[in-house]
Design a protein around this ligand. Sequence first.
Ligand code: FNR
Length: 195
Amino acid sequence: KRMHLLGISGSLRADSTNTIILKTLGSLLPPDITFEIFEGLDGIPHFSPGLDSPRLDSPGLDSPRLDSPGLTDTDAVTRFKTAIAQADAVVICTPEYAFGVPGTLKNALDWTVGTGEFNDKPVSVISASPLNSGGSNALASLLLTLTALGTQKNEASALSIPNVKGKIENGRVTDAHTLHELRAQCTNLLGLIGS
Ligand code: FNR
């Protein structure tokens, strides 16, 4: 089976620099690896405990189900969880908002706490910012969340990209150093699969 990578962008913006970085990373992968960017983070409803489905391995559990009429959008959550479950590894690329992780992304991640799709999953995190700080607060916060989710990562699994505006041209990363760093992220992430 071909290895499959899932990209998740923390930005919903049309010309998002973080989404551009994800796309560039995807283009740097070896040709035998499939890559998909998750679409639909903005359709995921606000998380609330009890709205999430019971674990598949606890069929007796009788919690309120998302598919009960009028509750909330079960499809968007199921699509998100399935995309993670089916990926051999995940790369998250996110902006920093107010020194933290964008609420949209954090909300989506919270849906997986009870069902464990990220448990043991190799995950890389990248944060791009137009500022010198390179989104390092968001990166640190996201790494803590991934520790709570039990993802597989190492010291090389995080990349901060400062001053991102000067590193992108016509919707592509053109900065040689950044391209080198993105290739290193790919190599490190793929090395974590099956280890
Ligand atoms: C920002 N930005 C920002 N940048 C940063 O490095 N640290 C921060 O705390 C914030 N906070 C922040 C809050 C809000 C509400 C906005 C709209 C923006 C700037 C941010 O990094 C910049 O807009 C990026 O271009 C966003 O990433 P995308 O959308 O290009 O991927």
